[in-house]
Write a protein that binds this ligand. Structure first.
Ligand code: ZN
Length: 293
């Protein structure tokens, strides 16, 4: 009996394929980037998402907005949509995130533009189509398939759509946790990582740290370096020395993690002077670090 239902469910999901692709592409078209990365946050995407959720007839949709002065809407939105099961108290959560990482250098997008998704070879390409769009859409349509077949699951299914995952989650899942909506006997699935066959389950992650190195020197004309102090050279030397130091000091390896060691990467670099013949008086470099527990 259960096997029959599962097969019915799978073919129902198959039926929904075109609608899923359409929905994913509609969401990819709306950028949702954190203010730290120069974005406007997730509100526009959430408005579209809530429209989709309403049309599908979820039992209840709750909003958990977090104030954030840095975005035009002043709000970082989090949404929970419920599909009631036989037991209303015990829940199965599926948690996905709304935000995406910035598209980076535009000229590297040679086949498609980041927010103009395309389908090629059976895959959707566009910023966030994989991380975390496909999981987000899959969670919605898993519920839709159940609803279409009139299946009431044992547990209530709660889909959480959270903000701010890419930059620390303070305005996202951390806020939801503080609202006390998760219970110890809830089941929680976070489909934000894995492999194509779906048999990779992650139970721990490295911790994240990022920092900025600001080097102050003295600006001067490049023809007379003695009159100033080149902050760019000093900043680069310091960054390279620090890079070396961190890798040597924290060199522990643990085969459960990929890669098995902590990583310390100099990444972003702020622009300094406008002209090639000016020695910069300030230099700002950033590091992204992923550290073994
Ligand atoms: Zn992700």
């Amino acid at each position: 009996m259960i096997a029959l239902n599962v097969n019915r469910l799978f073919s129902e999901i198959e039926e929904l394929k075109d609608e899923m692709v359409k929905t994913l592409m509609a969401l990819v078209r709306i950028s949702a980037i954190a203010p730290e990365n120069g974005g406007e946050g997730e509100l526009k995407k959430v408005e579209k998402l809530v429209h989709i959720l309403n049309e599908m007839g979820f039992d209840n949709i709750e909003h958990y907005d977090v104030e954030d002065e840095r975005v035009p809407s002043k709000v970082r939105p989090n949404v929970v949509a419920y599909y009631r099961g036989q037991d209303e108290d015990r829940k199965l959560w599926i948690i996905t995130h709304l935000d995406v990482v910035p598209p980076g250098e535009g000229s590297f997008w040679t086949v498609t533009k980041p927010f103009e998704p395309i389908v090629a070879g059976g895959k959707v390409y566009g910023r966030g189509s994989e991380d975390n769009g496909q999981s987000l859409v899959a969670s919605i349509f898993a519920v839709k398939a159940l609803k279409n077949l009139g299946i009431k699951p044992r547990r209530t299914i709660a889909l959480a759509f959270v903000a701010d995952e890419e930059v620390g989650s303070r305005h996202g899942i951390q806020h939801l946790i503080k609202q006390d909506i998760f219970r110890e006997d809830d089941l929680i699935v976070v489909p934000d990582g894995g492999n194509e066959t779906g048999d990779f389950i992650e139970i721990a992650e490295k911790s994240m740290m990022s920092f900025r190195v600001r080097t102050i020197g003295k600006q001067t004309h490049a023809s007379t370096p003695g009159r100033g102090l080149n902050a760019h050279r000093a900043g680069m030397r310091y960054a390279l020395a620090l890079d070396d130091f961190l890798h040597k000091k924290y060199s522990t390896r643990d085969g459960d993690f990929v890669p098995p060691e902590s990583t310390f990467e100099p990444t972003k670099k702020n622009p300094n002077v406008d002209a090639v013949n000016i020695i910069p008086g300030e230099d700002i470099t950033y590091f992204d670090c992923r550290i073994l527990p």
